[in-house]
Design a protein around this ligand. Structure first.
Ligand SMILES: Cc1ncc(C[n+]2csc(CCOP(=O)(O)OP(=O)(O)O)c2C)c(N)n1
Length: 317
């Protein structure tokens, strides 16, 4: 274990938490809409973000975009926050010097085949890069994901499939949706190995992600990383929370920030003064970014679609 790296991971985790909370607060106030909160998921994006190189192609899910972008470096908190607030989509802009990102699309799981295309293209170009694609336990049941994973297995592509298993696909509990007990067990069916990790433990995620990325990079083919985690809030705005208050409180007990904080304090890598300084720095950066983002925001009128609009927009012409 390297103490400086662990501190960097902690700092990225704290920054991601503060930024994510700021976006959630703006949603609660009705300033932003339709955010899929990543609160509780931060250790996955951060842990994986520290395991990849800038020239690796990474496709974040709708939960982990901000933390991944921030953790991969070259992407300060300001830009991560602006990308969520100012309709700027900076995370996906191919800016020189920034880590390579593959965008996602609105249909759950349908983005995964794109990442397989990236891996194939990189191989044809003779690169030694790895492609990482994130999706949830719900997404894991989509046909496009099965096809993508099968092709990656058949061609032995240098890919890591990260399943963020938060136990729910919107309102469908993972206990009811898949036929297998563990999603990672599916890896064998695609001809690849799989690793399961506690998605609330950032260092464990990082260590597992590093093993997975190294496996893919040395030519051993694709691999699955299933990270088990609990999301802290409802699926998204306007979707009722299905869990009881005590289930939610239980979910927050395995807080990834607290787990790493306690570990670093115990090992003498971090002290409370530094803890406060990290949080203050991140808070200042996020507050300034929120102010800047709101001022720069492109104010689109709220769209209320009628049934006729939906029909005409889908089928006209
Ligand atoms: C094909 C498709 N079906 C349904 C939806 C609506 N939808 C958006 S997010 C979501 C849940 C996806 O669950 P999961 O993949 O587990 O990710 P999570 O949101 O739990 O992180 C659903 C059903 C969609 N966007 N695309």
């Amino acid at each position: 274990m390297s103490a400086p790296r662990d501190l960097d991971i902690y700092r990225a985790l704290v920054g991601s938490r503060i930024a994510e909370q700021a976006i959630v607060d703006l949603n609660d106030k009705g300033v932003l809409h339709d955010h899929h909160s990543g609160l509780g998921h931060e250790a996955i994006g951060v842990g994986v973000g520290f395991a990849v190189r800038p020239d690796d192609a990474v496709q974040a899910s709708h939960r982990s975009g901000m933390m991944l972008a921030h953790a991969r470096g070259g992407f300060p908190l300001r830009d991560a926050v602006l990308s969520d607030i100012a309709n700027a989509y900076l995370q996906f802009a191919p800016i020189p010097g920034r880590p390579r990102v593959i965008p996602i699309v609105g249909l759950i799981g349908s983005w995964v085949p794109m990442s397989v295309g990236f891996a194939m293209a990189d191989r044809l170009r003779g690169k030694d890069t790895v492609t990482v694609s994130f999706f949830g336990d719900g997404g894991a049941n989509e046909g496009a994901v099965h096809e993508a994973m099968n092709l990656a297995g058949a061609r032995r592509l240098p890919m890591v499939f990260v399943i963020e298993n938060n136990g729910f696909g919107l309102s469908m509990p993972a206990s009811e949706a898949p036929g297998a007990d563990a999603l990672v067990d599916r890896a064998a069916g695609y001809g690849m190995p799989g690793i399961v990790v506690d998605g609330n433990d950032a260092l464990a995620v990082h260590e597992a992600a590093q093993r997975a990325v190294d496996h893919a990079r040395r030519g051993d083919g694709p691999i699955v990383l299933e990270a088990r985690v609990t999301r802290w809030g409802a699926h998204a705005d306007g979707v009722p929370e299905l869990r009881t208050a005590s289930e939610l409180a239980q979910a927050r007990e395995r807080d990834c920030v607290r787990i790493l904080h306690e570990d670093l304090i115990r090992r003498g890598v971090l002290d409370e003064v530094q803890t406060g300084a990290f949080a203050d720095e991140c808070r200042r950066e996020v507050e300034a970014a929120v102010e800047e983002g709101l001022a720069a925001r492109i104010h689109l009128p709220p769209t209320v679609l009628t049934e006729a609009d939906a029909w005409n927009l889908t089928y006209a012409g």
